[in-house]
Design a protein around this ligand. Structure first.
Ligand code: AQP
Length: 332
């Protein structure tokens, strides 16, 4: 059976981008067709300036939202990365397999390091080595597929390269994974800045729809989305990114195509109104289920405990074999 692994970073409250670009596919497709592991990758949240209490709260909230969105622990494994030591153990072997140049070429590293430096902050070493940990996350489970949005495909490519290199040097240890991208809304853009992705860790929140936003907040954010001064609705992502983003979101929420939708609107107002209502309706059941799960915290604890136990049992033999293959003396 195909094995898939994917994760979400607790760097902020989950957004519509996370849902339409990743989580919805995990729920509707991936958990039914494969042996799937979904992980709150909390170690990755420590690569930039962070508040310990906030990371802890966001980790729990992310896990609760994954369950609220419909991940079913009877069908898939939901767990927290730091609960399974094998991720950090294997990450070191990945650092010993990757090169400095490879890490420095990663777009996410370049962008985030530049941002930190502009703010006058220092860049954590873990930001540079982040893709080694991400490769470990994937390879520890012999994952065949990694469902991700466009922003993560470069890291999955690197994980493939590292798997191939390790296998060639030390003998076969890892499945070579591949990135899988959803066809609609692979990249949801910020409503106020439609040339940047809607990211949960961004400081300006007016263009970001959070999964737990109240319906009226969602309506306000969508109605105030930046469009352009052109007249008529057309799907032209390069020249009219704001309108294209709204059409992509509406298409993802309603199951239609953005090009077809563009033909059925002649004003931005009507497009925004329908998009807002579609988003509110898509998120309504998720918000309700989140409330129920928060009232029963023992249920989330149990899912995470059992998830970590299963994940550990899967990862340990692979990581032990990799330690042995690379030349480390097995502990007696
Ligand atoms: N805007 C988006 N559109 C489509 N997919 C998205 N994803 C994230 N944002 C969008 C996908 O959601 C999954 C989990 O994402 P993540 O936690 O790794 O990244 P993030 O939400 O983008 O978090 P940050 O901290 O806001 O990100 P950065 O690192 O950019 O600062 C992934 O499959 C991701 O592709």
């Amino acid at each position: 059976m195909t094995r898939i692994f994917s994760g979400i970073k607790p760097t902020g409250h989950l957004t519509l981008g996370n849902y339409l670009g990743a989580v919805r596919r995990w729920v509707e497709v991936d958990q039914h067709r494969a042996d799937a592991l979904f992980c709150v990758v909390d170690l990755h949240a420590l690569t930039v300036d962070h508040d310990p209490g906030r990371v802890r709260r966001l980790s729990r909230q992310a896990a609760t939202l994954l369950l609220a969105a419909g991940l079913d622990p009877a069908r898939c494994t939901v767990f927290v990365q730091s609960h399974v030591d094998e991720h950090a153990r294997l990450s070191y072997l990945m650092e010993c397999t990757a090169t400095d140049g490879e890490m420095r070429r990663m777009i996410q590293y370049k962008e985030k390091a530049a941002r930190e430096q502009q703010r006058g902050g220092s860049v954590r070493l873990s930001l540079l080595t982040y893709p080694a940990l991400m490769a470990a996350d994937i390879l520890a489970y012999q994952a065949d597929e990694v469902p991700v949005g466009d922003d993560q495909t470069q890291h999955v490519e690197l994980a493939r390269d590292l798997a191939v290199r390790f296998n060639q040097r030390y003998g076969h240890a890892f499945t070579v994974p591949r990135a899988v991208r959803p066809q609609v809304a692979a990249r949801v853009m910020d409503l106020q800045d439609p040339t940047s992705k809607m990211g949960k860790s961004h400081a300006a929140t007016a263009g970001i729809v959070y999964l737990l936003d109240e319906p009226d907040v969602i309506r306000r954010k969508v109605m105030r989305a930046v469009t352009d001064s052109g007249s008529g609705v057309a799907y032209e992502p390069d020249t009219r990114p704001g309108v294209a983003n709204l059409l992509d979101i509406l298409a993802a929420c309603t199951g239609s195509s953005p090009e077809e939708l563009a033909e059925s609107y002649d004003s931005y107002g009507a497009l925004k109104k329908d998009t807002a209502e579609a988003v509110v309706e898509v998120l309504r059941p998720l918000r309700e289920r989140h409330g129920e799960l928060c009232a029963d915290p023992g249920q989330v604890d149990r899912v995470l405990r059992e998830g970590a136990e299963r994940a550990r049992a899967l990862a340990r033999p692979t990581v032990d074999a990799a330690y042995s293959a690379i030349g480390l003396l097995p502990a007696l």
